[in-house]
Write a protein that binds this ligand. Structure first.
Ligand code: DP6
Length: 333
């Protein structure tokens, strides 16, 4: 027996992945752009065992001290991913595993915990099967976990996930467009709820094309991404921020108008958005984005993070805040 340990960050998408052109291969309809998060990290320790019949996992959730056994569905996804990884890595070996996983942040609340977990598992399985993959190939394996956003947690810093072409799985990979120290910005996560979301992203992706606005967003995205990349390379937050906010609003408009509709914003979400708008009017630059959950990610200059955090933490509905800086991707410990 030996043990493999991996740390992997969650990531926040500035341009969202929403909708799958192939659900089996987890292929997206559009490019997405993200940043790895320094304080939202999953740690995975995996004992690699000779007996392939042993498949166990325990999870230590945010805010608890003791681990709980993985639910049946959670263990099934990992076991399925093991089979996918074995085929992808071309191995005929078989091993058993005992996994301990712990998150530094609330699960399933709009901070992609499956991204950090499945990117960590992709690296852990590659290591266990003794295959050294370059980051692009490893990102493809992470994508095949079914949690598409996991591929963006493999490379370092700021990351672009390419749509790819047709059903060519290897063409849809993630790559770093800049190291973490390229741009001194922060993502202040505003936790207004740490309850688990009711509809999984997988179900949400299925419905995306049914929104009457889906096609309009797809048509506008190439220009949005190109403008956001230019603003990013110029480290121009005043241009980047409004484009990111508009993209987040478009993404939520699709969710709210797809069939069946998905409403993630709560009253608390809107309280936070209003405070951000007020802050901006007073000269404090900060911009929001929101994933498939009610928590808000506030993007601001790194030097402003504590001021922004303190200001928004004072809103009664806010339960917790997590300050993140750009971070490296999945790493063996
Ligand atoms: C809304 O299918 O990657 O976060 O498996 O739940 O993490 P999980 O989700 P996934 O879709 C996430 C989509 C998104 C936007 C994004 O991160 O691009």
């Amino acid at each position: 027996m030996h043990t493999i340990a991996v740390n992997s960050p969650s990531n926040i998408a500035f341009v969202k992945y929403w909708g799958q052109r192939d659900s089996h291969l987890t292929l997206p309809f559009n490019d997405s752009l993200s940043m790895n998060l320094s304080s939202c990290v999953t740690t995975v320790e995996m004992d690699v065992l000779d007996d392939p019949s042993i498949r166990e996992m325990v999870i230590t959730e945010y805010g608890t001290d003791s681990p709980r056994p993985a639910r049946e569905g959670e263990l099934r996804r990992v076991t399925e991913f093991y089979t996918v990884a074995r085929t992808f890595l071309g191995s005929d070996r078989d091993f058993g595993f005992r996994i301990r996983s712990a998150n530094s942040f609330p699960q399933k609340a709009g901070i992609a915990s499956s991204a950090s977990f499945f990117s960590a598992m992709a690296l852990a399985f590659a290591r266990a099967f003794e295959v050294n993959l370059e980051p692009k190939r490893l990102s493809v394996l992470a994508r095949l976990s079914g949690s598409g956003s996991a591929c963006r947690s493999i490379p370092d810093g700021f990351v672009l996930w390419h749509t790819g072409t047709g059903l060519d799985s290897s063409s849809s990979f993630a790559e770093s467009i800049a190291e973490p120290d390229f741009w001194d910005i922060a993502d202040v996560v505003i936790v207004v709820s740490s309850g688990e979301k009711k509809v999984s992203s997988v179900e949400g992706h299925m419905g995306a094309p049914s929104s009457p606005y889906f096609r309009a967003r797809q048509l506008g995205l190439p220009e949005t991404i190109s403008d956001m990349k230019d603003a990013f390379l110029a480290r121009d937050l005043s241009t980047f921020g409004p484009l990111m906010e508009q993209e987040a609003i478009n993404f939520h408009a699709i969710m709210m108008s797809q069939v069946p509709p998905l409403f993630y914003w709560s009253g608390a979400t809107l309280d936070v958005l209003r405070e951000i708008v007020t802050m901006r009017a007073e000269g404090q630059e900060a911009y929001f984005t929101i994933d498939a959950g009610e928590n808000v990610h506030v993007i601001c200059r790194g030097s402003d993070a504590e001021t922004v955090r303190g200001r928004i933490a004072a809103i009664p509905a806010v339960k917790d805040t997590i300050v993140n800086y750009p971070a490296v991707g999945a790493r063996l410990v």
